[in-house]
Unconditional design. Structure first.
Length: 302
C-alpha cells in the first residue's frame, strides 16, 4: 500500500469525510475530519489530487487547499451521483467523489476567486430582493382588488396603487386596511431603494472590469457550436439557461451587463461581453447559433 495520491472530500458544515487511495487504487485512508482540523490534516499530506463536489463553500476550500500545494478539482454533484455505490452517506459520497475525479470524461468547474464570488453575491442579492418586491406587489394588488381597486400591470400601475394608499382623503380604502397597506407600501419602497443601490454597485463593478480589460470575448467557434452540456428539457428542447452555462458555473440569469443594455435595450440574450466577476462558459445563444444547432440535429434552443 503506497502513499495517498487521490482524495475524495465530502464537505459539510462541521464534519468532513475523507476517502483517499494510492496510485494503484487501493484505499489508504478513510476517516472523518472536523472542520477546524481540515487544513491541518491536508497540510501534513504530500501534494495530491483532491476532488470536491461544487456545492456551497466548495470554492473556498478549493482555494485554501490549493494554497497548501494540492491540485483541487470541483465537479457538479449530478456528475458524481453515477459513481455512488449502495446507500447515500458521507463515506460513500467521499468514495464516489474519489472515483469520479479520476475519470477522463469528467467535466470540472473552475474555482472562482473571492472577487468573482463577491460579484455573484451582488447579482443573487438583487435577485432575492426582486422576488420579495414582486411578492409585496402581488399582495398589495390583491388586497386592493378586494376593495374594487385595480390598476394596469407593471411599475406604472403599481405607482398608481401606491398613490391611492398614500392619499388619506381617498375613502375607498378603510382606515384599518390603509394601516396594513402602508406597512406593505413602506417595505416596497425600501426594497426598491436597496435594489437601486445594488445595481449601482453592479454597474460600478462592470465598469472597473471594462477599464482593466477584464472583459472577455469568446471565439466564433464557441458561439457557433452547441455546448456539450446542454441537456434536453421535458418537451424535447434545450433549456436556454442550461445551454448558456454548465452545471456548477454559478451563472446569474439576471445579470445587469452594460453590453446587454447597449446592444439590445436591456435584453441580456444578446450580450457577448462578460467580466471576470460573473461569467459563463458560453454566452446566451444567438439566432445564428440556434440555426446552426438545428442543422446539426441538436433540436431548438428557443
Amino acid at each position: 500500500m503506497g502513499e495517498v495520491s487521490t482524495i475524495g472530500l465530502d464537505i459539510a458544515k462541521s464534519v468532513f469525510q475523507v476517502h483517499g487511495v494510492d496510485a494503484d487504487g487501493a484505499v489508504v485512508t478513510r476517516k472523518r475530519v472536523r472542520r477546524v482540523k481540515v487544513l491541518e490534516f491536508f497540510a501534513a499530506l504530500p501534494s495530491c489530487l483532491i476532488g470536491i463536489e461544487a456545492c456551497p463553500s466548495a470554492h473556498y476550500w478549493s482555494r485554501r487547499l490549493q494554497e497548501l500545494g494540492h491540485t483541487v478539482r470541483l465537479m457538479p454533484p449530478n456528475y458524481v451521483k453515477a459513481y455512488l455505490k449502495r446507500s447515500k452517506n458521507d463515506a460513500n459520497d467521499a468514495a464516489a467523489i474519489c472515483e469520479a475525479v479520476t475519470r477522463p470524461s469528467m467535466r470540472f468547474v473552475p474555482t472562482k476567486s473571492e472577487q468573482q464570488q463577491s460579484a455573484l453575491m451582488l447579482h443573487r442579492s438583487r435577485q432575492l430582493l426582486v422576488r420579495q418586491r414582486t411578492m409585496l406587489s402581488n399582495a398589495i394588488r390583491g388586497h386592493l382588488a378586494e376593495l374594487g381597486i385595480i390598476s394596469a400591470k407593471g411599475r406604472k400601475g403599481m405607482a398608481e396603487l401606491l398613490e391611492i394608499i398614500a392619499n388619506q382623503e381617498d375613502d375607498r380604502v378603510p382606515a384599518a386596511a390603509r394601516l396594513s397597506l402602508n406597512v406593505l407600501a413602506g417595505q416596497y419602497a425600501t426594497i426598491t431603494t436597496e435594489i437601486g443601490n445594488i445595481e449601482k454597485h453592479i454597474h460600478a463593478w462592470h465598469r472597473s472590469c471594462e477599464e482593466a480589460d477584464g472583459w472577455k470575448k469568446y471565439p466564433v467557434s464557441a458561439r457557433s457550436s452547441p455546448p456539450p452540456w446542454s441537456p434536453r428539457s421535458g418537451i424535447g428542447q434545450h433549456s436556454r439557461l442550461a445551454a448558456a452555462s454548465p452545471p456548477g458555473s454559478g451563472w446569474c440569469p439576471d445579470s445587469i451587463r452594460p453590453a446587454a443594455r447597449r446592444d439590445s435595450a436591456g435584453y441580456q440574450s444578446r450580450a457577448i461581453g462578460i467580466c471576470d466577476g460573473c461569467w459563463s462558459q458560453v454566452p446566451w445563444p444567438s439566432s445564428d447559433m440556434r440555426v446552426s444547432t438545428a442543422r446539426n440535429g441538436f433540436g431548438s434552443l428557443v
